[in-house]
Design a protein around this ligand. Structure first.
Ligand SMILES: Cc1cc2nc3c(=O)[nH]c(=O)nc-3n(C[C@H](O)[C@H](O)[C@H](O)COP(=O)(O)OP(=O)(O)OC[C@H]3O[C@@H](n4cnc5c(N)ncnc54)[C@H](O)[C@@H]3O)c2cc1C
Ligand SMILES: *[C@@H]1O[C@H](CO)[C@@H](O)[C@H](O)[C@H]1NC(C)=O
Ligand SMILES: *[C@@H]1O[C@H](CO)[C@@H](O)[C@H](O)[C@H]1NC(C)=O
Ligand SMILES: *[C@@H]1O[C@H](CO)[C@@H](O)[C@H](O)[C@H]1NC(C)=O
Length: 596
């Protein structure tokens, strides 16, 4: 068997890290930790590691079964109201709710970033990354899921997963397609109350350029739409507020925060997972699972001899595509923050604080670089922001994209008193992929992330980006934006001055110089049949070769979806809950398609 040789220790080496330094302070904690043989040893039916979207859904759904007890264990702390106002989402990366990783320096991208590296934030809190994310809710394209199924994963076609998206949802969307949305689910998905004049101009302009207005979580995805967000009454609806808070009174759900799992216990003879070892309050503890251990840690459990982390896809972006308008119709942050009214409005769930960090609209396009035979399959998502990296005077967003101060001063600063909107193109189906490596066996050491953007041999990813930039210019030339004299900012990116502005060579240089990510790392614990040499889990998310161990989070996604990944992660949690109930529940229990 490919797993184990002798010791069967499965290291969890996830997304750990202390803020912005190589070994987290907790490393010392591990060394100091002493084994605690006291009263902490506890037995549960299921142990769920990590409380992000997938883990929170599981903790909720599994404790619906009266006979079952569940331990949900989370390395991060409980959050508080600082996470509530969607507008400040970006700033949460600079708190303890972020593990604080950085991607490794590589040649082909981020050449002009500070330290030539990208930040690689990842949530560390009860609620996981849904505590620090931008709340953009996208399910993905039907073809994404049909392709997962076609790769040997029965049960994951669009038709089969759609009921799970609907089951989670409590939709408050004005232009929603009938038959695609849920009411009364735990997770509130809504229109964003705050919309700038500029976003209306953009949405009209995209329609003038030929894109229909769509519900991108409905019938068809290609087109333009105001963004849908995981908001309840204008506030962040996280995995914690949506799926955990309502059920915390359940006696059969135990939640442990500030508890870091360092090992999954596996019986060598039978290769069965039976528990975990974790560190809490500087002490080692063990917990036993009589049925299953479920890893929902959002990324990278490292299992001996399985191809974990060998392939990692991510969604790249270019953070310097700006257009100037001649009227004040974009976000005016200074004015908003100094206006008492802004705060009063937020109390009733309105106003600029409800904006998803400035994200207002999404457009799905299929550029003329696409060679996909299906006309309904986008290759780029355009994220419209009614402001720019200078809206906060370079305080937060410049840092998020690791733009050096000098570069900011040259490109953005001259426009601080002007009116800019910005488009972030997101390459949804990259051909390039990276990988993760461990630095050591110590679960407290950070792994190394190699994003490896723009490395595919045909340079197709770069070509797609360039086609997208030209398409953005075409949209910008539509009457509704031209009414405001919309023109592209043409300051040459430092490092690309030798190229002619707007030539293909210029844009290739630009996107390889300033590079960002939307933090959608997938495929590091790929789902696939046993014969697939890249697969770590099967279609029921069971780790190949180990019993009673599942991985349930975004890492199982086999190919990058046409989506931001929190939406799929909730769905994966719902689907896995049913798979587990099917296998273990004493009586048939509330399963799809039985519900509704
Ligand atoms: C800055 C940012 C913005 C984003 N914006 C969006 C967006 O707008 N829309 C969207 O759809 N997606 C967005 N994403 C991505 C999305 O939030 C994630 O893909 C999603 O939350 C992943 O869910 P998950 O269930 O896989 O795990 P996660 O949400 O990552 O949760 C994993 C949890 O496991 C815990 N954990 C890890 N290791 C251990 C351990 N050893 N012991 C105990 N606990 C452990 C972590 O602390 C964490 O709380 C964003 C991501 C980032 C970083
Ligand atoms: C578990 O929680 C559910 C839902 O609240 C409840 O019906 C059930 O009785 C609980 N079971 C136990 C063993 O506490
Ligand atoms: C692709 O589309 C852009 C506009 O979006 C256009 O400028 C360009 O000429 C097109 N290229 C080809 C090869 O059709
Ligand atoms: C903005 O530009 C448009 C198009 O050039 C022009 O018609 C309009 O008058 C300008 N508005 C302002 C306030 O200058």
């Amino acid at each position: 068997m490919k797993i184990f040789q002798m010791t069967i220790v499965v290291f969890l080496k996830l997304l750990p890290f202390g803020l912005l330094q190589d070994t987290s302070p907790q490393m010392n904690i591990l060394q100091e930790a002493v084994r605690d043989d006291g009263n902490v040893k506890k037995e549960f039916d299921f142990i769920v590691i990590g409380s992000g979207p997938s883990g929170a859904v599981l903790a909720n759904r599994l404790t619906e079964v009266p006979e079952w007890t569940v331990l949900l264990i989370e390395a991060g702390d409980e959050t508080n109201i600082v996470a509530d106002p969607p507008f400040v989402a970006g700033a949460l990366q600079f708190t303890d709710y972020n593990w604080g990783y950085k991607a490794e320096q590589e040649d082909g991208f981020c050449r002009g970033c500070f330290e030539k590296r990208m930040l690689y934030p990842h949530g560390k809190a009860l609620g996981g990354t849904s505590i620090i994310n931008y709340m953009i809710q996208v399910r993905g394209n039907p073809l994404d899921y049909d392709r997962w199924a076609a790769m040997g994963n029965p049960g994951w076609s669009y038709k089969e997963v759609l009921p799970y998206f609907i089951k989670s949802e409590d939709a408050h969307i004005e232009k929603a397609d009938a038959g695609y949305h849920g009411k009364g689910g735990y997770l509130s998905v809504s229109d964003v109350p705050a919309r700038t004049e500029s976003s209306h101009a953009y949405v009209r302009a995209a329609q003038e350029a030929g894109y229909p207005y769509v519900d991108y979580n409905g019938k068809s995805q290609i087109g333009v739409s105001y963004v849908q967000g995981t908001l309840r009454n204008g506030r962040r609806d996280s995995a914690e507020t949506a799926f955990l808070r309502p059920v915390r009174g359940r006696k059969n759900l135990t939640i442990l925060t500030k508890s870091r799992v360092v090992q999954i216990l596996i019986r060598p003879e039978t290769k069965e997972a039976y528990g975990i070892k974790y560190v809490r309050n500087k002490r080692y503890h063990e917990a036993i699972a009589s049925k299953e251990v479920i890893v929902c840690a959002g990324g990278i459990p490292v299992l001996r001899d399985l191809p974990v982390g060998q392939k990692m896809y991510d969604h790249a972006t270019f953070p310097a595509l700006m257009f100037q308008l001649n009227e004040s119709i974009v976000i005016d942050e200074e004015k908003s923050l100094t206006d008492l009214n802004t705060y009063i409005q937020f109390l009733s769930g309105r106003g600029i604080f409800t904006s998803l960090g400035g994200v207002e609209s999404l457009t799905y396009i299929k550029t003329n670089a696409s060679d996909d035979p299906d006309p309904s399959y986008p290759d780029i998502e355009l994220i419209y922001v009614g402001g720019s990296l200078n809206t906060d005077r370079g305080l937060i967003f410049r840092r998020i994209f690791n733009v050096p101060q000098e570069t900011y001063d040259k490109i953005w600063k001259p426009f601080e008193d002007k009116y800019l909107y910005q488009i972030f193109p997101m390459l949804v189906h990259p051909r390039s992929y990276g990988y993760i490596r461990l630095k050591s066996k110590d679960p407290f050491h950070w792994p190394k992330f190699y994003a490896n953007f723009y490395s595919d041999p045909e340079n197709h990813d770069v070509k797609t980006f360039i086609a997208a930039i030209r398409e953005v210019r075409r949209i910008n030339s539509s009457p509704s934006l031209q009414r405001y004299g919309a023109t592209m900012v043409q300051t040459l990116i430092p490092g690309c001055e030798d190229h002619v502005f707007d030539s293909d060579e210029y844009w290739e240089c630009a996107i390889r110089t300033l590079t960002g990510t939307f933090y959608h790392q997938v495929s590091t614990c790929k789902m696939g049949p046993e014969e697939d040499p890249e697969a770590v889990v099967d279609a029921k998310l069971r780790v190949h070769g180990v019993k009673n161990l599942r991985v349930v989070d975004t890492s199982v996604i086999p190919l990058p979806p046409t989506a931001h990944t929190a939406g799929p992660s909730y769905m994966i949690g719902e689907k896995a809950s049913d798979l587990i109930k099917q296998q273990w529940a004493p009586t048939p229990f509330n399963l799809i398609p039985k519900t509704e």
